[in-house]
Design a protein around this ligand. Structure first.
Ligand SMILES: [Zn+2]
Length: 244
């Protein structure tokens, strides 16, 4: 009775394998692979877009920072110029003339700083332009990937729909095969399934077919006991002795 259970479990594993293999086939069509690829392309570009937008924001902040620096510098320069203009009409003593020279010198320095800042702004504007172009390109790539994805998704849905009858039949087989298997045995099978694709393995000669390990004589002995359920000591699979 229990040994029949193992035969039933063996058949169940076969039915489950057939179903899983068919599911894999449906999930690994060329269409599906392309679909996954386009999804990746979209995600990569989305990531890139985020970086570009961040970079662009930083550049804009930097630019307005420099612009306000220029403002301040220009105000300072205007003040200096006003001071110079104010005294330019006077008859100046040597000491005072020295001060004016210093003011002019300061003016020159401010002017030079403004020039440097302006060059920086031009450079940032170039980078912003480049960044904007890249953003546009990235958005186009994303939009193309999305279009491709939608088309492929529809195609794949058709593939899945076409396989539905077969899938239903294979699922029904699995349900059918599960009938009559003791729940405790099924539980054990499912527990092994967590880490083994095939929880059952045939005994071939004195070896477990799952891991090819030679089984100790004690294990071989217990396999001969009617109704015993023995797991391979090495891989943990339930051993199955075929009738023939
Ligand atoms: Zn094994």
């Amino acid at each position: 009775m229990l040994s029949n259970d193992l035969k039933a479990l063996w058949d169940y594993q076969a039915a489950e394998n057939e179903l899983e293999s068919y599911e894999r086939t449906l999930m690994n069509t060329e269409t599906r692979k392309k679909l996954v690829h386009q999804q990746q392309v979209y995600k990569n570009n989305q990531q890139k877009l985020k970086q570009l937008e961040q970079e662009s924001m930083l550049l804009q902040n930097k630019m307005s920072g420099i612009a306000s620096q220029i403002d301040t510098l220009q105000k300072q320069m205007q003040e200096k110029k006003d001071e110079i203009n104010e005294v330019s009409g006077y008859d100046l003593e040597d000491m005072f003339l020295e001060d004016v020279r210093e003011m002019i010198q300061e003016c020159e320095e401010i002017k030079a700083s403004v020039e440097v800042s302006k060059r920086k702004i031009v450079e940032i504007m170039h980078r912003l332009e480049k960044s904007e172009t890249e953003i546009k390109e990235t958005l186009i790539k994303m939009s193309n990937a999305k279009k491709q994805f939608d088309i492929l998704k529809e195609q794949h849905a058709k593939e899945v729909a076409a396989g539905k009858d077969d899938l239903d039949r294979l699922r029904a087989n699995v349900v059918q095969a599960a009938k009559g298997i003791e729940p405790s045995l099924m539980e054990r099978y499912k527990a092994i399934k967590q880490h083994r694709a095939n929880p059952m393995a045939k005994l071939v000669g004195d070896r477990c077919e799952g891991c090819k390990m030679q089984l100790p004589s004690g294990v071989l002995q217990s396999l001969k006991v009617e109704g015993s359920i023995v797991e391979c000591e090495n891989c943990g699979r339930i051993l199955f002795v075929a009738e023939d």
